[in-house]
Design a protein around this ligand. Sequence first.
Ligand SMILES: Cc1ncc(COP(=O)(O)O)c(C=O)c1O
Length: 388
Amino acid sequence: MSMINRRKWLKNSALAAGAVTFSNALTAGMSSNYNAQARHVNNIWEWEANLSKRPEVKARLLANENPYGPGPATQKAIMDSVKVGNRYGHEDAAKLIELLAEKEGVTTDHIMIAPGSSDLLEKVAISRFIEGGKIVSADPAYMSLIKTSQAMQADWSAIPLTKTYAHDLPKMEAAIDEKTKLVYICNPNNPTGTITPGKDLWKFCKTASEKTLIFVDEAYLEFMKPEDKMSMVGLINEGKNIMVSRTFSKVYGMAGLRVGYVVAQPETLKPLKKIWRSNMGLNITALKGAIASLGDEEFVQKSISKNTECREYVCAELDKLGFEYLPSQTSFVLFPIELEGKPFLEKMFSLGVGVRSFEVFGGTHCRVSIGTMPEMELFVETLKTVLV
Ligand SMILES: Cc1ncc(COP(=O)(O)O)c(C=O)c1O
């Protein structure tokens, strides 16, 4: 049997056994707060409980970070900011909001900044679902906003992705009812890395936003192919009830510095701004870094082209090894594996490679973030040792 056929055969056998394996995984190691996620689980729970005990890694490919960042202009701004650490960042926050408004083509009252887009995903979930309701999203999806909504007692209507791994927009629209307070779209999606065509999404957002708030998470927008790249921000200028989130954590390489923002109708942001003075959560270092990074187009372009080069390398190697990866337009790649998540991660980490595993589409998948070329080479060599 060839390697690929054997892999397919094993995959089919694994699918048959999948229900048992997965339910074992669910009950074996998860803490109770994971139960809310039902079909969408990652397997690092033991280390999540005590991250400082996680093994040291040589190739850190587990959080979709930018291995090159922050860029040189940002680093300089960060270092200069040390001297003004005694001051609040009010002026810098105002400056950043002005720059973002200009970038997105809206007025400043359409912008809300926060320490990372996670902060805004959670705040939106809390304010929308404080009295319960229903959230509609794809499955699998990025779980942050969904998990917080569920913690607020919202019902989750999880609509499987289509065969091409796009959001199933007609089914999502049909799932909207009078209880629905938000539809969450992640484009490109995490953990799949796949996209929903911009034109389809634009049409969906236009009509569905007549019924409820459509939240579009564009954390990986910059990594999309130029011909596919299409932000939904333009619809906000048309007066539509859309909220778009963006982050400085990915293409700008500022994950640890924590800056994110949303663009939305001023009326939609009002309830949030009434509760949270989000600017106050941002430190002056992060603010000055974000301002500088907006002017460093060279670094952005370098990050994108290096990411593409390393992603193409990994995909070519996965092809050779017979792994059926999903088509990614992000800084990570997802592919099914035959080993269960926990032993797989333990082996990878013990050999110095940090990745994530997800139980999606009825089986275990590895999600590898795109790092530097030497990191990706180490990943491929380690994968061969562990899985082939
Ligand atoms: C789709 C998506 N949205 C939001 C975030 C959160 O990013 P941050 O809080 O760093 O802005 C992530 C992080 O990985 C993500 O993948």
